[in-house]
Design a protein around this ligand. Structure first.
Ligand code: 1HE
Length: 267
């Protein structure tokens, strides 16, 4: 296992809890947490290390009233990038977001205010999204003469479907409230603190065995990229490893001796 040192980070603030839940906060509220190069590099660093550093679940949050305003447009403007330069910027975004999606550590995004452009790309690389009454989602790239470069064509399309994704980009359509939840942009919608709800969910996920969470938060995404035949094969291999893990024996024994919780309806 390896160590993550919070003092190595400037654009992210990191807080480790005793139960293995880490709170990772985008910490440039005066810039509405716009994603500059340094923030992306810190996301790469953290999420590359997290699976080997005993991180059991992550709450991904944004400081201030807005989760994230997307690509740092001022940096992009000032740098006056060449096509090759910007391609490499996008590849670093993919590096960060792939480490998140495929890393095997559950990531719960706590969303408030703007979740726009690259901010939505970031949120869609988390495994669970929590919104509140202030949260709104949009892809303003079209209006700004831009295109998505951080995986929205894949991940936002997976969330809402192709027709809605294209509509969001063409029209700058903004989703909020119940409608945003219904189209699949968030799985949880609360009144009040999305952070508190995300933390509750992260703690719950952290109670699962790490190897189960690893499979859930990496295998499902990998399998989506495979043929059905290969996915079924990979699923059998993953289940072979996970479902025979020694740590699961106590949980199975508790079911067998009837001390383990039964699954009941909520009402
Ligand atoms: C920024 C950015 C940014 C704010 N890059 N600096 N994303 C967008 O098109 C969203 C652009 N941002 C906005 O629409 C608004 O800023 C917000 C709705 C997010 C917030 O509004 P508001 O009124 O609270 O703040 P503001 O006055 O607009 O901005 C406050 C400061 O944040 C200001 O800086 P200041 O130094 O003048 O105080 C803004 O410049 C700064 N700021 N957003 C840089 N995005 C891999 S491709 C991905 C493609 C994309 O993501 S395109 C970007 C889409």
């Amino acid at each position: 296992s390896i160590q993550i040192n919070p003092t190595d980070f400037t654009n992210l603030s990191l807080e480790a809890h005793d139960d293995g839940v880490w709170v990772v906060t985008l910490n440039r509220p005066t810039k509405r947490n716009a994603l500059d190069i340094n923030t992306i590099e810190e996301l790469v660093t953290f999420f590359s290390a997290a699976p080997r550093a005993g991180v059991r679940a992550v709450v991904l949050a944004g400081a201030g009233d807005h989760f994230c305003a997307g690509l740092d447009l001022i940096e992009h403007h000032d740098e006056d990038r060449s096509p090759a330069d910007f391609m490499h910027v996008c590849l670093r975004w993919h590096e960060a977001f792939n480490k998140m999606e495929y890393g095997g550590v559950p990531i719960i995004a706590a969303l408030q205010g703007a979740v726009v452009g690259g901010g939505l790309e970031l949120a869609s690389a988390a495994h669970v999204r929590v919104m509140n009454e202030t949260t709104y989602f949009a892809l303003p790239e079209g209006q700004r003469g831009l295109f998505t470069g951080g995986g929205a064509t894949i991940r936002v399309t997976d969330l809402v479907g192709k027709a809605r994704m294209i509509d969001m980009m063409l029209m700058g359509r903004v989703y909020s409230g119940a409608e945003a939840e219904e189209v699949g942009l968030a799985q949880y919608r609360v009144e009040g603190s999305s952070f508190d709800e995300a933390l509750r969910l992260a703690r719950r996920a952290a109670e699962n065995l790490p190897l189960s969470n690893f499979a859930i938060c990496s295998a499902v995404s990998h399998m989506q990229n495979m043929s059905a035949m290969d996915a079924a094969y990979a699923e059998a291999v993953v289940a072979g490893v996970v479902n025979t893990q020694p740590d699961a024996r106590a949980r199975l024994a508790a079911f067998a001796d009837k001390s383990g919780a039964r699954i009941r309806r909520n009402d």
